[in-house]
Design a binder for this molecule. Structure first.
Ligand code: MEV
Length: 311
């Protein structure tokens, strides 16, 4: 019996604009993990996936067409890529990553599952091959994903990501401390990405300009992070990024309130992270203020908070 895992992710800067070719900065968030344990099954029983969250057992065969279930689809993608029939195997999935929480749950679950299945088939997928299969699985969830979630989750490193180009790593000039919060509201990235697309199609000049401004924020943020620059300036960029996301209609009154609570209690800056309208947010903090800012976030309605160091 072997267990394979994959971390959650956090987008520091650039979500949504990244779908349109602007850069994004994202990091793995290892406090939350998806895990898949591969267990041999009796001969003839085939491949099944047991999900702890739903309690359901799913059977994987190769002749279902494109299934509705993303777990089954992820398993099929591996079997097809490796040209193997379903083995006699049970894959048990558990995950601490909130679904619809902006943490890349779907990409993390697919990554852990594909790692477990390919290893059980004697052909462990790594790097590029895994990343492109997870991207394929993401398309079932998100329609037109940029690829940032699967990239940061598969490579487990902070990345500067531009759609369609190889991910770049970058230097972190001085350690940064973030508070990550789950807003407690689950939201669909597919929906927010599609709403931004509609706005963009309706008024390309206006929304294209906002998207371009987000790109400028991300480029400036990368330079600041690399130079170990002042956290106050980086915080101001996070606030600016949040305002631009509001202008793209992907914030919510609740997320705005939570960001304000973080700033009012001493955070350098705060912004939503991921698809928006719910999900997660991130605040840049001074480490000794983290407990009081976390308490302020929780009394403003955050479901949970975590500390994340970028070093
Ligand atoms: C979701 O984590 C990030 C978005 O930019 C969508 C994507 O990049 O595919 C909102």
């Amino acid at each position: 019996m072997e267990t394979y895992s994959a971390p959650a992710k956090i987008i520091l800067f650039g979500e949504h604009a990244v779908v349109y070719g602007e850069p994004a900065i994202a990091a793995p968030f290892k406090a939350l993990q998806a895990q898949v344990t591969a267990m041999p099954a009796p001969p003839g029983s085939g491949l099944s996936i047991i999900s702890a969250a739903s309690g359901l057992t799913l059977h994987v065969s190769l002749d279902d067409g494109t299934p509705d279930d993303a777990l089954v689809y992820a398993a099929q993608l591996v079997l097809k890529a490796l040209d193997k029939p379903p083995p006699d195997l049970t894959l048990a999935l558990r995950s601490s990553i909130p679904i619809g929480g902006g943490f890349g749950s779907s990409a993390a679950v697919s990554t852990a599952l594909m790692r477990a299945l390919s290893a059980a088939l004697g052909a462990p997928l790594s790097g590029e091959a895994l990343n492109s299969l997870v991207y394929e699985a993401e398309r079932l969830h998100h329609g037109t994903p940029s690829g940032v979630d699967n990239t940061v989750i598969v490579y487990e490193q902070p990345v500067y990501f531009v759609r369609g180009t190889p991910p770049e790593t970058f230097r972190i000039g001085a350690p940064l401390t973030f508070l990550v919060a789950d807003s407690g509201v689950s939201a669909s990235t597919r929906e927010t990405v599609s709403d931004v697309r509609q706005l963009y199609m309706r008024d390309q000049a206006r929304y294209g300009a906002i998207i371009g401004e987000i790109g400028d924020v991300v480029r400036t943020a990368r330079a600041l992070i690399e130079s170990g620059g002042a956290p106050r300036e980086l915080g101001a960029l996070m606030n600016a990024n949040h305002d631009l996301l509001r202008a793209l209609s992907v914030s919510s009154a609740h997320l705005d309130r939570l960001c304000a609570a973080a700033r009012d209690s001493g955070a350098y800056g705060a912004k939503l992270s991921g698809g928006g309208r719910g999900g997660s947010l991130i605040a840049l903090v001074e480490p000794d203020l983290a407990p009081s800012i976390a308490a302020a976030l929780r009394s403003a309605g955050a479901a949970q908070t975590w500390l994340m160091q970028l070093t």
